[in-house]
Design a protein around this ligand. Structure first.
Ligand code: CP
Length: 334
């Protein structure tokens, strides 16, 4: 495996095989599997889980890692092409990224959406421009429209909990004071569809997921025996749900317009998951969220601290599945 950029680049059986490897490494640790190997991690945006779990995972397999946060202790890196570099950035990614790749055996890059031009973000313009500069195994640590490591961890979390393959999965928009990127919702709806689930995207008007995202999920669902549906009717969406996956994202009808987005979300503060969201769900319905989450804004304490919440298990599974990704990248199929 040379690149781990999008679950859609893999057959369903290949994802299942990665999850099987993850489970093996969880139950039978291999502390010397990656001795002598080096992972480089470049974070253009903040992180808690991704940064710590990749470093921990590499160490648990006997390898080592370095972290670059451009502009914080290292040169600020310019990502735009063709610009006159007379601003804060001292170095361009066209030099910086291949130099870093030359120091390691695999590289991970986190670069969020610009959040200005939806089509450019859907095309992964920024991430792909950097990916082209890397001749080593490459991992997407979250790009404009994808977060495959989170998606794989969430798939494993549902398997751990015995959530039915064709169970009902509700990806619900929840409130946040400002627009957040589409990477996690886009990756999540595709992952649940690829797992074969009955997927409902629940969101207020104006926050529809882009047609390209929905179409990609529908193609995955068709192959896996699932379905994908979108609604703003909360009662309809939650009826019989096995999973409520809460996520914040920006309005798509006015993408890149912070003022219009703020106006649209002003009256939506009641989109905070509370216990009464679960009155029509399956009795053992679980609450998922990728974290970080704003308590009592996106999800209430009573849910996060209650038995339905599996957010900590999801976060722990980031470590486990990423070890499988690293193992397969740096050791091959074993
Ligand atoms: N879920 C996730 O990717 O967390 P971080 O942003 O903290 O890495």
């Amino acid at each position: 495996m040379k690149r781990f950029l999008d679950l859609a680049h893999f057959e369903r059986d290949e994802v299942l095989s990665l999850l099987e490897l993850a489970r093996r490494l969880e139950n039978h640790p291999e502390p010397h599997a990656l001795t002598g190997k080096i992972l480089g991690l470049v974070f253009f945006n903040p992180s808690l889980r991704t940064l710590a779990s990749f470093q921990a995972g590499m160490a648990r397999l006997g390898g080592t890692s370095f972290v670059i946060t451009p502009g914080q202790g290292t040169w600020q890196l310019e990502t735009r092409l063709g610009v006159k570099m007379d601003g804060a950035a001292a170095e361009h990614v066209r030099e910086g990224i291949p130099v870093l790749a030359s120091y390691c055996d695999a590289l991970g890059i986190r670069a969020f959406a610009d959040g200005r031009d939806l089509q450019a973000d859907l095309a992964e313009t920024n991430f792909n421009a950097m990916a082209e500069l890397v001749d080593k195994p490459l991992i997407n640590l979250e790009s404009a429209m994808n977060h495959p490591c989170q998606a794989l961890a969430d798939w494993k979390t549902m398997d751990d909990l015995g959530v039915p393959r064709h169970g009902k999965f509700v990806l619900s928009w929840v409130y946040h004071p400002r627009a957040l990127p589409l990477a996690v919702p886009a990756a999540t709806v595709h992952m649940a569809a690829m797992r074969g689930m009955q997927v409902t995207v629940l969101r207020p008007e104006g926050f529809e997921l882009p047609p390209q995202v929905m179409e990609k999920a529908r193609r995955a669902a068709a192959l896996a025996g699932g379905t994908v549906h979108e609604t703003s009717d909360r009662d309809e969406a939650l009826e019989g749900a096995h999973i409520v996956y809460a996520k914040e994202w920006g309005a798509t009808v006015c993408y890149g317009d912070a003022e219009a987005d703020a106006e649209l979300r002003r009256g939506l503060t009641h989109w905070c998951v509370r216990n009464d969201w679960f009155t029509r769900t399956a009795a053992d319905c679980r609450l998922m969220h990728c974290l970080p989450v704003r308590r009592n804004t996106a999800v209430a304490d009573e849910v996060l601290d209650g038995p339905r919440s599996v957010v900590l298990r999801e976060a722990h599974n980031r470590l486990i599945v990423q070890m499988a990704v690293l193992y397969r990248m740096l050791r091959g199929v074993q």
